[in-house]
Design a binder for this molecule. Structure first.
Ligand code: GLU
Length: 490
């Protein structure tokens, strides 16, 4: 890392609030955050809400909530404030108006009065003649009188940037290398709409300059915008930041990752019981690597090791299985108290709170030792333990198995009898007694426990039987076994 890179690193995540935070956006946020945190830099959150028809406050709220959940905190941004605020573009329109005014006064921008119909006709001609579709510059050199006439006709004006007619603009990208763009192909693009609202490229250039952004790290879908932003920054007399465009994220079919591929928002992964450690770790590796082998990184390790040099150029494929594996890993790694808190938060989020721990029912903490090794997601906890809290509801397959098992009735009554006679109902006592009961019936333990499992839970897959019995307690266990026996007798 050069000294210059260490000097005043200021990066930003600049989402357009048009929906939930997508995993692609989360990766961009994470890389910016890691870059800033590893270099004593500042991480800025800027809300790009100039697309009035698509931006919503609800989306701003959701993006902020997802970022907080991931632990990607910002030094400057909405709700936090900061020296270069405000941090929502629609609250910065004065600044854009001023910058546009300066460019107009310096002849670097001009008013364009072409109507949408005229522009469409121009584009159609260009397409018919096989020419690139760029604005032909009809209003580029309007005289004062011509401009007055346009206004008198009631034409509305946009402001266009006067792009150099020839030459090239080179983006020196830290990931992609040098990428050249022909200025002629960029055309005189619009910087302020007739409504007075700035376009995306203009607002970004003005803000990156005003917020002293040192590095722009973002998805490579923005690479084609970069020459326009560079030209604008130059015209505004501002230094260009370093650019790093991140590779695209693909679905398993190698098409760009989208809703079609299933869950794509951070919110959805959270609701399915993914933990932030796994999502952050997984997203970090979608486009960046430390070496060929290492896959597990704590946030601290990522902060220490992340660098733009190791961001790859090839598109990354989102692998749900790998993420699931990683999630199971992080769940197993947690200490019991930590995992208990996560599960409680998850139950709260999914409105299942209140089930465990009430009316003498077991608490989450009681059940963590029974489930931790078996869980891949926090949602698996619900799946594995709901029968502790709810009346037994038989899964179809489980019920069929129970009814088909010729030995079931005898096993269940033996088990009930055995449990009734126990002095202590601890795990070990239960285990010793049931093993002996299975032996006395000359049954393998698994065969003996199967009907018991179904009677107690209604399921084929549960936490360990001895632990389950100990947590359910004698009375509840026996009453469930008796209920199953009653059902089998019918
Ligand atoms: N607002 C843009 C988006 O959400 C990002 C702009 C940028 O990073 O320059 O795609």
């Amino acid at each position: 890392m050069s000294q210059q890179e260490n000097d005043a690193v200021r990066v930003r995540f600049a989402p357009s609030p048009t929906g939930h935070l997508h995993v692609g956006g989360a990766r961009t946020a994470l890389y910016n955050w890691l870059f800033a945190r590893g270099r004593a830099g500042r991480f800025v959150l800027r809300i790009e809400d100039t697309d009035l028809s698509r931006s919503t406050d609800e989306a701003v709220r959701q993006i902020i909530s997802s970022m907080r959940w991931l632990g990607l905190d910002w030094n400057e941004g909405p709700e936090t404030g900061g020296e270069f605020g405000p941090y929502r573009q629609m609250e910065r329109t004065e600044l854009y108006r001023g910058a546009a005014g300066r460019l107009l006064a310096e002849g670097k921008a001009y008013h364009c009065y072409c109507t949408p119909a005229e522009l469409e006709a121009e584009r159609a001609r260009a397409r018919a003649e096989g020419r690139p579709v760029v604005y032909q510059g009809r209003c580029r050199e309007l005289s004062v009188t011509e401009a007055q006439e346009c206004r008198a006709e009631g034409r509305e004006a946009v402001i266009r940037f006067r792009t150099p007619a020839a030459g090239k603009t080179v983006v020196r990208d830290r990931v992609k290398g040098d990428v050249e763009f022909d200025n002629a192909q960029l055309g005189d693009f619009i910087i302020v709409r007739s409504s007075g609202v700035p376009t995306y490229n203009f607002a970004v250039a003005v803000d990156d300059a005003a917020m002293r952004i040192s590095h722009v790290i973002r998805g490579d879908d923005h690479l084609p915008n970069t020459p326009r932003q560079l030209l604008l920054l130059e015209a505004l007399g501002a230094a260009a930041p370093v650019y790093a465009h991140l590779p695209l994220i693909l679905g398993s079919d190698r098409a760009p990752l989208s809703k079609r591929h299933g869950d794509v928002s951070v919110e959805e992964f959270r609701a399915r019981g993914f933990v932030r450690e796994a999502l952050n770790n997984y997203l970090a590796l979608l486009g960046w690597s430390y070496d060929a082998e290492t896959t597990l990184f704590s946030m601290d390790e990522l902060v220490r090791n992340f660098s733009l040099e190791r961001v790859g150029v090839t598109a990354a494929v989102f692998d749900n299985e790998k993420l699931l594996w990683m999630n199971g890993h992080y769940i197993r790694e947690m200490d019991a108290a930590g995992l208990t808190v996560r599960i409680e938060e998850f139950l709260e989020d999914t409105r299942l709170a209140g089930l465990p721990g009430e009316d003498g029912r077991p608490s989450v903490g009681d059940l963590v030792p029974l489930t931790q090794e078996k869980m891949k997601t926090l949602a698996d906890f619900v799946e594995l333990t709901d029968f502790f809290f709810l009346p037994v509801s038989f899964e179809e397959k489980a019920l069929a198995k129970l009814k088909k098992d010729g030995a079931a009735r005898q096993i269940l009554s033996t088990a009930a009898e055995t449990l009734r006679q126990l002095d202590s109902f601890g795990i070990e006592a239960v285990e010793t007694a049931l093993r002996a009961a299975a032996d006395s019936m000359e049954l393998k333990l698994g065969k003996f426990l199967q009907p018991l499992r179904i009677a107690l839970s209604g399921k084929l897959v549960t936490p360990g039987m001895f632990e389950t019995l100990a947590v359910l307690g004698r009375e509840e266990s026996i009453s469930r076994i008796d209920a199953a026996l009653g059902m089998l007798a019918q």
